[in-house]
Design a protein around this ligand. Structure first.
Ligand code: ZN
Length: 361
């Protein structure tokens, strides 16, 4: 019977369809507007009257059955498609790996770590101190009384507020702002790391070998060479029979290790109120190797830091007997060192937070 043949052919086509599109095509072939099934059902007009009802019923049964099979098959194929898509997404071992953004240390931190590592290897302890200081530690104890003209050398940020009210939030382990604050003067953002000298001498006495890296603040207009916030490294060595010759040896070794080649240093006279005698230390030019270039203005030397023998008044402020002990102290710009090492020509880039800059290191 023709109806049975159409049904078997349709069932075969449905089960052999490999995709939803192929299945749809098979459906159109049988049950579409010009499909085999449709044509057969239209032939009812030519059938004998007595058989019409039975023929129509048989056609409807087959049609319903085919539609049900079609729907079931369609569901299966759609599920298979979805599974394949998921498999493609999750288990493709040839897919390139996902890139993760990995951060790194800021160039300032990198150089600070190097500085700390080298001085540690020479027996120096790494010290820290409060960034909000009293005038006493920032100036007086360092032999800079209020009338001293040297105070004009450093434009200072003063913290607003009267007698102790705002002090607690700025407190630190070392910084006990008690009733004695009236003798310590106003609060300032420290203009130098030198106050850590006094705090360390008071806490640990002599002999002493420390460096103190940290942030300092100056009330200055900013430009490519000046910034209100920058980093310094303070150094202090106190012992018996200490001279500037020891400083020369230590700095030469430090710079040689830092730059990875033999570096020389030279002294020039300089003035800082907390040392006597005071010196300026130059190092051999990192660019021209002492031949003379534009950066070192043809001299072969670059200014590196201020230093000197610690003034007896400063030793006394730290509770150290200057008849028994001497020592030297130095301070150099960590920020400037970073700029020299990486040839950075604008200091403001370092604290800009600009990733285009930071990602280069
Ligand atoms: Zn040079």
């Amino acid at each position: 019977m023709e109806l049975e043949q159409i049904k078997q052919a349709a069932l075969k086509a449905f089960s052999e369809a490999k995709s939803v599109d192929e299945l749809y095509e098979a459906h159109v072939q049988v049950l579409g507007r010009k499909g085999a099934m449709t044509v057969v059902m239209q032939s009812i007009a030519t059938i004998e009257k007595s058989q019409k009802a039975a023929f129509g019923q048989a056609c409807n049964v087959v049609k319903k059955e085919l539609e049900a099979v079609y729907e079931a098959r369609k569901k299966d194929l759609e599920e298979a498609d979805l599974k394949r898509a998921l498999n493609d997404r999750w288990v493709d071992p040839t897919a390139p790996g996902k890139k993760f953004d990995v951060g790194h240390l800021h160039p300032l931190s990198q150089v600070q770590n190097d500085v700390e590592r080298i001085f540690s290897s020479m027996g120096f302890a790494i010290m820290d101190g409060p960034e909000v200081e009293s005038e006493y530690y920032n100036f007086e104890a360092l032999n800079v009384p209020s009338w001293h003209p040297a105070r004009d050398m450093q434009d200072t940020f003063f913290i607003k507020g009267d007698d102790g009210e705002a002090s607690e939030e700025f407190g630190s382990e070392n910084f006990n702002r008690s009733a004695t604050i009236s003798n310590e003067g106003r609060l300032v953002l420290r203009t130098q790391t030198s106050p850590v000298q006094i705090r360390s001498m008071k806490k640990y006495g002599a002999p002493l070998r420390i460096i103190a890296p940290g942030r300092v603040f100056r009330n200055e207009a900013t430009d490519a060479r000046h910034e209100h916030t920058f980093d310094q490294v303070e150094g202090l060595l106190i012992d018996e029979n200490i001279s500037l010759a020891d400083l020369k040896g230590v700095m030469q070794e430090f710079l040689t290790q830092l730059f990875g080649r033999v570096m020389k240093v030279r002294f020039r006279p300089g003035y800082f109120p907390f040392v006597e005698p005071g010196i300026e230390l130059d190092m051999s030019c990192t660019l021209c190797n002492e031949k003379g270039c534009r950066v070192c203005k043809g001299t072969g030397w670059l200014e590196f830091m201020g230093a000197g023998m610690v003034h007896p008044n400063v030793l006394a402020a730290g509770g150290i007997d200057s008849n028994k002990y001497q020592g030297w102290a130095f301070g150099f710009g960590l920020t400037r060192l970073v700029m020299m090492r990486y040839n950075i020509d604008d200091i403001r880039l370092l604290s800009s937070g600009d990733l285009r800059f930071i990602k280069q290191f």
